[in-house]
Design a protein around this ligand. Structure first.
Ligand code: ADP
Ligand code: MG
Length: 483
């Protein structure tokens, strides 16, 4: 009986020794007392921390602390193990010479009969390589100009990059483990597009396919952007949902350029048409006007004549604008001081504006360089844009015109009104030849502005919000002509 027990004990001891050796081989082992003083380390511990055994024994475990983790991180760890529970986590430590290494750490408390820990055994595995790869991947995703979101199979957010977080307007800490619905609650502006995105995701799950769709994303501070989203559903081998990858690319500029090119085609076509029509209309029109003037003299009391003359003038005005489109007008380029042009224009337009209850303000930076262009054409652009701004104000409001220099050295003319703004359908078409929403409009003004600005090597951007107003920026290069 005794012999049997002894044999069994011997066997158990040997088995324990085997396990011990295996552990010693496989992992980085340290033992501390309940105060954190190191009482044992194995060779692997010395190897990775680059300390000698006698440099470690008797020291506090803090000796390898890298300062990376927060105080609360370690407080939480101590709380767990002091309660006699096993703690597991990933820790960054520091070697004797200041290099860092990452270890997957399990700390097992050894308990007295009363259940109080009297020492702690920590088993660690070197995960520095994995951390390095993860770090590179994180940096890559974080710095990507595209939106990236990873979700689990239940729709909880696992990870998202800066672009994604900034769009919703939430911080690093707030999003993990939450669903899109929960996150949409944080941000009014994101609610609509996040709902569209959720629908697309659901479709991707249903069809088990990568789906791509474009929609408008409203943002907190900036104008709405157009994003092209891609949903990639990932399934486990067994076929259940593993996770979802969401990618989003801002295609606003791309779409804008495409629209601009389409418009440019239309403008060219309209320009060719215009010169033909304008010449045909001009002569009969002046004959007509002359005749009406004659008749008016003869039948003085006929009230219809002023109306007829006004209408003829309107047609004449349209024809005039059409002619500016056609190529037979030669541009005369020279140094143009846009501030002087504006100083001449604003008082005239201000008088008109004030009659309609609109105040017109002008602010200009000092020492602005001249641009190389056709003064008359630039004047036309300014008049058209300011008139549009004034006309956009229904009752009272204000138009602000400002002149400044952009960071990249271009002249910025900004015309801002707090008028009706453009609904989406109008914004999409404004600048098309003959597109107008005004009873007496020609629908040629914006198109002409686009054309002139383009010929000056500049750009014209429209930012409009329905019901709030419109800001139009014209950027013109100030580059000098080569001598
Ligand atoms: P028109 O002024 O003769 O209508 P434009 O080409 O100048 O022609 O403008 C086209 C259309 O664009 C306008 O009818 C209007 O609907 C819209 N629009 C232009 N500027 C503004 C503005 N500042 N605010 C609101 N809508 C504008
Ligand atoms: Mg106009």
């Amino acid at each position: 009986m005794l012999r049997e027990t002894l044999a069994q004990l011997e066997h158990t001891v040997k088995e324990l020794a085997d396990i011990d050796m295996a552990l010693d081989e496989a992992s980085i082992v340290a033992v501390t007392d309940q105060g954190g003083t190191i009482t044992f380390v194995n060779d692997k511990f010395c190897e990775i921390s680059q300390y000698d055994k006698d440099e470690l024994l008797g020291q506090n475990h803090r000796i390898i602390n890298s300062g990376y983790h927060s105080k609360s991180f370690f407080r939480e760890m101590w709380r767990t193990i002091a309660q006699g529970k096993v703690w597991r986590g990933e820790i960054r430590n520091r070697t004797k010479y200041g290099a860092y290494y990452w270890v997957d750490t399990t700390i097992v408390p050894c308990l007295t009969d009363e259940g109080k820990p009297y020492k702690y055994v920590s088993l660690r595995i070197d995960i520095s390589k994995r951390k390095e790869i993860e770090g590179t991947l994180d940096t890559l995703i974080a710095t990507l100009p595209d939106l990236v979101i990873f979700k689990d199979g239940q729709g909880n957010w696992l990870s998202a990059n800066q672009v994604a977080l900034a769009l919703i307007g939430i911080g690093e800490e707030a999003y993990r483990g939450r669903t899109s619905q929960e996150l949409a609650e944080f941000s009014c502006s994101a609610r609509e597009w996040m709902a569209s995105l959720s629908r697309l995701e659901e479709e991707a799950w249903q069809t088990s396919a990568t789906l791509e769709r474009e929609f408008e994303v409203s943002t907190v501070e900036r104008e709405p952007r157009v994003f092209s989203f891609k949903c990639v559903p990932v399934f486990h081998d067994q076929g259940d949902r593993s996770g979802m990858i969401l990618l989003g690319q801002d295609v606003t500029e791309q779409r804008r350029t495409e629209a601009f090119l389409r418009r440019a085609d239309q403008i060219t076509a309209a320009g060719q048409l215009a010169s033909g029509v304008a010449h045909e209309v001009r002569n009969p029109l002046s004959a007509l006007k002359w005749s009406v003037l004659m008749l008016q003299e003869k039948y003085e009391r006929e009230a219809l004549f002023p109306m007829m003359l006004a209408e003829i003038d309107r047609i004449d005005h349209t024809v005039e604008q059409l002619l500016t489109l056609s190529r037979d007008k030669v541009s005369v380029f020279s140094q143009v001081n846009v501030d002087e042009v504006l100083r001449g224009l604003v008082p005239i337009l201000r008088a008109q504006a004030e009659e309609q209850g609109v105040s017109l303000r002008l602010t200009m930076a000092s020492d602005l360089p001249p641009v190389w262009g056709d003064g008359n054409q630039i004047k036309q652009v300014l008049v058209n844009l300011m008139k549009n701004a004034i006309e956009a104000i229904a009752e009272s409001g204000q138009v602000e015109v400002s002149l400044s220099l952009s960071e990249d050295g271009r002249l910025v003319i900004k015309i801002e009104d707090n008028g009706v703004g453009m609904p989406r359908e109008v914004a999409a078409r404004a600048g098309e030849p003959f597109f107008t929403t005004k009873p007496g409009g020609t629908g040629l003004g914006l198109m002409m502005c686009h054309q002139i600005v383009r010929e000056h090597g500049g750009s014209l951007n429209i930012l409009s919000r329905e019901g709030r107003g419109t800001t139009i920026s014209v950027l013109l290069p100030v580059s000098q002509p080569s001598a």
